[in-house]
Design a protein around this ligand. Structure first.
Ligand code: ADP
Ligand code: MG
Length: 578
């Protein structure tokens, strides 16, 4: 990955804002020309008008100067306001591109990447990029024009003196290049530390109820302090290099001034230049130094912006769920599901297969139950059906279509999932139920809520369906959240239903209430149910006992009891504990 590549990727983002950007650049150009005119006028006033007492010329010169200042003020306003506008619009473009891309990334991406780090990419990094986007070209352009202009003027005043100044410039450049490499490394470290801090905060705030319950505030603070200290370490590394950078740059600039005074003084002494030329020279050196300073100071910005842009590209380069161009879009699926010799392992631990050679068939409208010890791979099997992860080998078909040939949207529209931990979005109850079908009418939403046994509860709330559920639904109980998610599934009305330990987290009384709704929900649908309370799976058409070693037993409840194996043991154990 060469820097060149990133630049090539960066430039197209200017395109939609080209007009503003050009206006911005034109302003920058005019300002830099003005910068070159001031010393000229000043020189004329000091050298000619004042000594020769040319009052009107002097006043005219000053008037011109004042006019330039006023125009420059206006131009600076445009530059500040519109320049930033270009930056912020580009930032918004990138952010929505990133957001849309995130919506398409596979589950495995989110298994590996922390929310806080992603957030830091979306806010911090993009901000830095937008700062670079306009200050970068603007300042570079303005400075380069001023520097070139000043050099040309210097050359016309005295070639030798100008060459002495030229000679100092390569030294500055070499020094900048050397420190540049170090700067790059430390600024990447800072970015990582910043991302970690954000991830820590995200995790600590969303887990605050758990840490309070465990009295773990001190532990959390300690953990946070570690990340915070790491941030200070990384940042102090950055400031150290920055300190070296700025102090040496400043020294060189001061030295430039010194060199000109010395050389100019000697030239004057030996009558190579006159007083007027000497004055002009010193004035132009000042003009020259300020853009060099600007270039040096936007250096950090360029570093930060480029690092941010690389991270942006990293996310954009993460492979989205790829959609087959010839994907099938069958109208309605009946819901017959077949696993044929399926093997799958999570990418994160290469080699270890969670399920291997797994086969099962759920005829349309029938119910199959997965039971067995935790960690056996039941949830994994559930996640393979909507193609949240790709199988390593074997095939999964729905109605005879291999799911990898089906359009993902169509496939997922046909599958309803009710899981143990329900995720509710911050918003109203209505919005959360409507997640099942955004086009649903009010009546349909109420109907779904009724079927899920939650309508009465909702009507008892002061705000009814407009009640806010809080972040992740914290304002509802576990059973209520679960019923909202069941209402969602009713509204979606899919032919295939996956119930993954939907009632496992609930107490017996609540479970009974929900069981009722679930039984109703699974009527007429192909259902895959995972449950650890075996009483709930007794009526399944087939029960499969999944263990980390593979399928231990399969058959109907009666067959498995008769087999006198693992299932019977589990069943009796639970029965005893009732
Ligand atoms: P069950 O639902 O039967 O309790 P799971 O399907 O959740 O089991 O997990 C099966 C195995 O896969 C476990 O060993 C678990 O550690 C592993 N696993 C589950 N989810 C992931 C994931 N996202 N990334 C890596 N490994 C996972
Ligand atoms: Mg599970």
């Amino acid at each position: 990955m060469k820097k060149q590549n990133y630049l090539k990727r960066f430039i197209p983002y200017y395109k939609p804002h080209l007009k503003l950007f050009i206006i911005d650049m034109v302003c920058a150009f005019i300002i830099s020309v003005f910068n070159l005119v001031y010393p000229y006028i000043t020189k004329e006033i000091i050298n000619t008008y004042v000594p020769q007492k040319m009052l009107y010329f002097m006043l005219a010169g000053l008037g011109a100067l004042l006019a330039l200042y006023v125009i420059k003020a206006v131009l600076n306003y445009v530059l500040q306001y519109w320049g930033h506008l270009v930056g912020v619009r580009m930032q918004a473009d990138m952010r929505s591109e990133l957001f849309r891309h995130l919506q398409k990334l596979p589950f495995s991406y989110f298994d590996e990447n922390k929310t806080g780090v992603i957030m830091s990419r979306m806010t911090n990094d993009l901000f830095q990029i937008s700062e670079l986007a306009h200050h970068g070209p603007e300042d570079v352009f303005l400075s380069v024009i001023t520097i070139i202009g000043a050099f040309i003027v210097l050359l016309t005043i005295n070639v030798y003196l100008a060459l002495i100044v030229f000679a100092c410039v390569p030294v500055i450049v070499v020094c900048a290049v050397v420190l540049r490499k170090r700067m790059k490394k430390v600024s990447a470290e800072v970015r990582v530390a910043q991302g970690e801090i954000n991830a820590d905060i995200e995790s600590a705030v969303s887990g605050i109820r758990v840490s309070r319950a465990y009295g773990a505030e001190a532990h959390e603070c300690e953990k946070f302090e570690k990340g915070n200290a790491e941030f200070v370490r990384a940042k102090s590394g950055q400031y150290k290099v920055m300190g070296q950078f700025f102090s040496s740059m400043n020294f060189f600039m001061d030295f430039l001034y010194f060199a000109v005074l010395l050389a100019g003084g000697l030239f004057f002494y030996y009558n190579k230049i006159n007083a007027g030329e000497f004055t002009a020279f010193v004035l132009y050196i000042t003009t020259l130094i300020s853009p060099i300073r600007t270039l040096v100071s936007i250096y950090e910005q360029i570093q930060d912006g480029m690092t941010g842009f690389k991270r942006f590209c990293d996310i954009m380069d993460a492979k989205p769920e790829k959609e087959n161009a010839n994907a099938l879009n069958p109208d309605i699926l009946r819901g017959e599901i077949v696993f044929d010799n399926v093997t799958f392992g999570y990418g994160s631990d290469e080699g270890r297969k969670v399920i291997s050679g797994f086969s099962m068939k759920i005829p349309a409208g029938k119910t199959i139950a997965l039971v067995g010890p935790s960690g056996g791979g039941k949830t994994t099997i559930c996640h393979l059906i909507p193609r949240f992860y790709e199988v390593d080998s074997g095939t999964i078909t729905v109605d005879g279509y291999p799911i990898k040939d089906l359009n993902r949207g169509v496939l997922r529209k046909n599958i309803g999932i009710v899981q143990q931990d329900v995720f509710l979005f911050n918003g109203t109850i209505r919005e959360n139920i409507a997640y099942g079908d955004f086009s649903a009418s009010e009546e349909q939403i109420i109907e779904a809520a009724k079927k899920a046994n939650i309508h009465d509860y909702i009507m008892g709330l002061p705000d009814g369906y407009d009640t806010n559920v809080g972040e992740r639904g914290v304002k509802l109980s576990g059973g209520q959240k679960q019923r909202v998610s069941i209402a969602r599934a009713f509204l979606k009305n899919p032919p295939v239903l996956i119930l993954d330990e939907a009632t496992s987290a609930l107490d017996n009384a609540t479970e009974m209430l929900i069981q009722d709704a679930l039984a109703h929900l699974s009527e007429g649908r192909t259902t895959l149910v995972v449950a650890h309370r075996l009483s709930t799976v007794k009526n399944a058409d087939e029960i499969i006992v999944v263990t980390p070693e593979g399928i231990a037993e399969r058959g109907t409840h009666e067959q498995l009891i008769a087999q006198n194996g693992m299932y019977k043991e589990l069943y009796e154990y639970q029965f005893k504990n009732l």
